[in-house]
Ligand binder design. Structure first.
Ligand SMILES: NC(=O)c1ccc[n+]([C@@H]2O[C@H](COP(=O)([O-])OP(=O)(O)OC[C@H]3O[C@@H](n4cnc5c(N)ncnc54)[C@H](OP(=O)(O)O)[C@@H]3O)[C@@H](O)[C@H]2O)c1
Length: 87
């Protein structure tokens, strides 16, 4: 499947991206800072953007079969990125 993953640089997102690639999916990692991805795979697809930017989200979801969302705010457990970003 063609998968788009939000939160790809996070503690859950990184292994999620790697596991999806290992299972043969075509993965696009959505990231604010692609340099943080550090994926040990020859051809990861990357979509640079911020989930609060509707334009970057709309562009990234084009042509995908499914979207996985593991947005978070680190250890703070504060903020609205999970509710607002997912919405
Ligand atoms: N870790 C756990 O043990 C655990 C357990 C249960 C549930 N969860 C839940 O699972 C989710 C992910 O947890 P986590 O520990 O992987 O979180 P995390 O390490 O803080 O990662 C959060 C991810 O969200 C991204 N992000 C935040 N704001 C963004 C924005 N405006 N646009 C694009 N990306 C944005 C971060 O990107 P940047 O790198 O650019 O900041 C990062 O990739 C959370 O909802 C958390 O509550 C986690």
């Amino acid at each position: 499947m063609k998968l788009l993953i939000f939160g790809s640089t996070g503690s859950i997102g990184r292994p999620l991206v790697e596991q999806a690639l290992e299972q043969g999916h075509t993965v696009t990692a959505f990231a604010r800072t692609p340099a943080k991805l550090d994926i040990q795979h020859p051809n990861p697809k990357v979509a640079q953007g911020d989930v609060m930017s509707l334009a970057s989200v709309e562009k990234a979801v084009q042509g995908q079969d499914a979207v996985l969302c593991v947005l978070g705010s680190g250890g703070q457990r504060k903020g609205t990125i999970r509710s607002e970003g997912t919405r």
